[in-house]
Design a protein around this ligand. Structure first.
Ligand SMILES: Nc1ncnc2c1ncn2[C@@H]1O[C@H](COP(=O)(O)OP(=O)(O)OP(=O)(O)O)[C@@H](O)[C@H]1O
Length: 638
């Protein structure tokens, strides 16, 4: 099984695109047929002799799904738990209710006003709260959900607790959408468009960055992603989806009051997301549907069974949710997909391909490493002149409290060289890497990259200058395919933003980014694992995947932290060939490695560290001949 950092292990963006890519073609075809039939049924429903009650139910499910879709992005994918989405529904509902009923304005202007107010409020709230981590963010969402709701409930202009009555029905080019059957189509158009836009977004350059928010932010920042910016983006999108739901809600109910927009409803939206599958787009519809139908049926049934009135359905739903969290924590939609995949696999004898662990080693039937890659379709940055100083580290120091992990270390890496950083465990090598790449701030000292002082820069800014890296503990998004993980490395080589991705106008660039990822995977011998889920890879291939990801950024300086760990002898030799080839192409490499044969056979110069200090620097031969180095490794005095 794979070894990964907690960072990576927590990242769980179970996104359809990744799963679809990993699914066998037969199952994909079946999936498409099922989706087509579901869509047909959805379109035909109001035309069938279905009782009005069920049309109303379907309308509510569509409106709830819009809010839950936002939660899929925000909570399921980006890992930001919000109890406050109902408040944004309220903003959308009140904006249109106020403008259309009190001021006689068009509800379509009401939609625009609701979206604008929501955008401004969400921007302010997001800016303040999204820097919080751990339990503070959910608590903050509870706080603003309460305060927004009480603000609405206390404003005279909004009718206080009575709300606003007489909200007009929507009409579309003269067609009235006053009855349930006619507004049905608008509600479901909004919900399906929302779902398609979210799916498109997640399957794109910004989508990969968003999918890293759930637990791989350090890695994403090192690839040049501003993770805070994307947190704000998903927060705004989730709020806007909720606002559209509120707009529809106001014109379906024809009245608004504060109670459907309170904290309780905020919690229920989260319930729906969890029930359906919090990180799955279609799970949003399943969650909203199951929750709404069961809640309403229980509301009817339980008082009759128990012979008294009360909110018994909440008790039952609470118990059901606890059981679900225990037995199907990923939600109904992923559980159903896994079951059908297993059923299909049992029939055909094939692998399920839905995240069921299959340790894939690069050695297992892999093609030889160092395949000659096709030329890149993306522009490349110029290489610095060989031999000039590329990286200058001057009296670099890092203290963790009383521990001096890196003690005034200095060295210079020249362009076109491969330099090794070696030393016994705990010598400070990885910390030095983290300081150079901006993952950790230095206590003192100076770092220059290609003549630019980069001390104190965040890692995403350093990445822009052409530095890319791998990590001692592999950092990746396990639920994303190998190809997508690697394409995240090419983030800075693309430009397509969120809107372009949602509208699917990014395809030409996306093809180039994926082609580059494929090209770099081919280079490290991983061409047979493109559509594997990264979390299913064994440790060695995971490391190769990280190298391909780093190469995707077209770096001038590559920092490799223990690249050969977990590789077999032949794979190590092949990796060394790849690194030599990269050196011939003008790339400079700094590597930390414990395998001495690998280091000695590959590097031009070596810096040896011990107890945070630089013990010596020299050629591989000089280092091997040094009694001080031998003593450091053997643990004797020198
Ligand atoms: N975030 C941290 N907080 C406190 N101490 C740390 C932190 N990171 C590293 N250290 C300590 O700094 C010292 C150097 O650690 P570092 O990981 O840089 O060593 P290394 O040479 O890379 O070791 P290894 O080869 O075992 O990976 C160790 O004593 C380690 O425990």
């Amino acid at each position: 099984m794979s070894t990964m950092s907690p960072d990576a292990a927590n990242a769980s963006a179970s996104v359809p695109a990744a799963a679809a890519a990993a699914a066998p073609p037969g199952r994909r075809r079946l999936g498409r047929i099922a989706a087509g039939m579901a869509l047909l049924l959805l379109m035909a429903l109001p035309l069938l002799p279905v009782p009005e009650f069920w049309i109303t139910q379907a309308n509510y499910i569509g409106m709830f799904s819009l809010v839950v879709l936002g939660l899929v992005l925000l909570t399921g994918v980006a890992g930001l738990t919000s109890f406050g989405q109902a408040a944004f529904v309220g903003l959308g509902a009140y904006a249109t209710a106020l403008l259309s009923s009190r001021y006689g304005m068009s509800p379509w202007l009401g939609l625009l006003a609701g979206l604008t107010v929501t955008l401004v409020v969400a921007l302010v709230l997001g800016w303040i709260t999204l820097r919080m981590s751990g339990h503070y963010l959910p608590l903050a969402t509870i706080a603003w959900a309460l305060s927004l709701n009480y603000t609405i409930a206390n404003l005279e202009v909004l009718g206080k607790y009575d709300g606003i009555l007489g909200v007009p029905a929507l009409s579309f080019f003269g067609i009235s959408l006053a009855d349930g059957r006619s507004i049905y189509y608008l509600i479901w158009l909004c919900a399906l468009l929302g779902a398609v836009a979210v799916r498109h977004l997640l399957d794109s350059r910004p989508g990969r960055a968003i999918r890293a928010l759930g637990g791989a932010t350090v890695m994403a920042e090192a690839m040049g992603v501003s993770t805070f910016r994307y947190k704000v983006v998903v927060f705004l999108l989730a709020a806007l989806l909720a606002s559209v739901s509120g707009w529809l809600f106001a014109h379906v109910q024809r009245t608004v009051n504060p109670s459907p927009f309170g904290l309780r409803m905020g919690i229920e939206y989260l319930f729906m997301a969890v029930v359906g599958g919090v990180s799955s787009v279609w799970g949003a519809f399943v969650g909203a549907g199951v929750f709404k139908i069961i809640e309403d049926q229980l509301k009817e049934l339980l008082p009759r069974l128990l012979g008294s009135n009360g909110n018994f359905e909440i008790i039952v739903l609470g118990v059901v949710l606890v059981l679900m969290l225990k037995y199907a924590p990923k939600g109904l939609w992923p559980a159903a997909r896994l079951l059908t995949a297993r059923w299909g696999a049992a029939k055909t004898g094939a692998d399920t391909g839905v995240g069921v662990g299959v340790g894939v080693g690069v050695g297992a039937g892999a093609a030889p490493l160092a395949e000659v890659p096709a030329p890149s379709l993306l522009p490349r940055r110029p290489r610095p002149a060989k031999g000039g100083p590329l990286l200058k580290v001057d009296r670099l120091r890092k203290q963790f409290g009383g521990l001096v992990a890196v003690n005034d270390v200095s060295f210079t890496l020249h362009a076109g060289d491969i330099m090794g950083l070696i030393g016994p465990n705990g010598a400070g090598k990885s910390t030095t890497f983290n300081l150079i790449s901006g993952v950790l701030p230095a206590t003192s000292g100076r770092i220059e990259l290609a003549g630019t002082p980069i001390t104190g820069w965040p890692s995403r800014r350093i990445a822009r200058l052409g530095l890319s890296r791998t990590f001692q503990h592999v950092k990746m998004i396990p639920d994303m395919t190998v190809l997508e993980n690697v394409a995240l490395g090419a983030y800075l080589r693309g430009r397509s933003g969120t809107l372009k991705a949602m509208l699917r106008l990014d395809r030409a660039e996306e093809r180039q980014l994926l082609a580059e990822a494929q090209r770099q995977l081919g280079r490290v011998g991983m061409q047979h694992h493109l559509h594997e889920l990264a979390g299913n890879l064994a440790m060695g291939p995971q490391r190769l995947m990280e190298i391909a990801r780093a190469l995707c950024s077209d770096p001038t300086l590559l920092l490799l932290d223990e690249p050969a760990a977990g590789l077999r002898l032949k794979e190590k030799q092949a990796l060394a060939d790849v690194l030599r080839q990269l050196r011939r192409e003008g790339l400079s490499i700094l590597l930390v490695e414990h395998d001495m044969d690998f280091v000695m056979g590959l590097t031009d110069r070596i810096v040896v560290m011990e107890f945070g200090t630089r013990l010596m620097e020299g050629t591989p031969q000089e280092v091997q001949d040094s009694p001080a180095v031998r003593a450091a490794y053997l643990g004797t005095e020198h």
